[in-house]
Design a protein around this ligand. Structure first.
Ligand code: SAH
Length: 245
């Protein structure tokens, strides 16, 4: 099986963090297990070592950069939900680097979640849970509503759709990290316009360039400042088909 690169200098230069040897080994095991599972279920098209390193490992972790710098000072454990996790990104790399966090991997496609369950069982990843359901359903279940400190969403749809999925799941003061590629002033204005209806507020937008291929990334961080009205998220399919405007 191909070996992942060990780009300690690139981690340091971009995120001011680098994996410990044991974490590098966990990344390698994750890579191998995802490639094996990928033969049964379509989890990812990103499979070469450099692509996996940059677009799955590095990219997943750049979204949580503020927490990486607190790792060694005993920062609190967070309850996290990765909405639309697909092949386990960004949730699985985050679970490996933050073993004290509890990460729920959510996806509407049951067979992807089943594949991730077996990957996690094989690797002994114990700080993850599995939600094979749509965000629109999970967010109306009392055990999940307003129950998370952090929601992660990468490649799940328009930003206003993502906000409608995420904010109902967050507790007050919780944050949604929206992983975006390009980010325009129009998108930002459109998001800022609808956030008050969901109880959200834009906290910051960080921009990054991916370290190997210089791709553009934006990390849009939203905080929950008010309770989300019970009518959100709307019925399954509606937030994607008709994003809030
Ligand atoms: N986050 C992963 C996968 C992106 S593909 C990555 O960045 O690599 C988008 C995934 O979101 C798909 O697996 C799809 O099944 C899931 N998804 C889309 N809408 C959803 C919803 N409303 N609730 C839960 N999962 C959803």
């Amino acid at each position: 099986m191909a070996m992942l690169p060990n780009y300690d200098d690139r981690w340091q230069n971009t995120l001011h963090w680098q994996p410990q040897n044991s974490q590098q080994q966990s990344f390698q095991q994750l890579y191998e297990a995802i490639l094996v599972a990928n033969q049964q279920v379509n989890l990812t098209r990103i499979t070469t070592p450099d692509d996996f390193w940059e677009k799955h490992l590095w990219d997943s972790l750049q979204g949580v950069q503020p927490w990486l710098s607190d790792l060694d000072i005993g920062a609190p454990a967070l309850k996290v939900v990765d909405i639309g996790t697909g092949g386990g990104f960004p949730g699985l790399p985050v679970a490996l680097v933050f073993p004290h966090w509890a990460i729920a991997l959510m996806d509407a496609t049951r067979k992807k979640i089943a594949a991730l369950e077996s990957v996690c069982a094989t690797l002994g990843i114990a700080n993850v849970g599995f939600l094979p359901q749509r965000a629109e359903q999970v967010a109306h279940q009392p055990v999940h509503r307003e129950a998370y400190d952090l929601a992660l969403l990468r490649a799940v749809g328009p930003v206003n759709t993502c906000a409608e999925y995420a904010l109902p799941l967050l507790n007050l003061g919780g944050q949604a990290v929206l992983y975006r590629g390009q980010w325009t002033a129009e998108e930002e204005a459109g998001l800022v316009a609808i956030l008050p209806r969901l109880g959200g507020q834009l906290l910051e937008v960080r921009s990054q360039v991916t370290p190997l291929t210089q791709g553009v990334r934006h990390t849009v961080v939203v905080t929950k400042i008010d309770r989300t009205p019970d009518k959100f998220p709307r019925l399954p399919g509606i937030p994607a088909k008709t994003p809030l405007v």
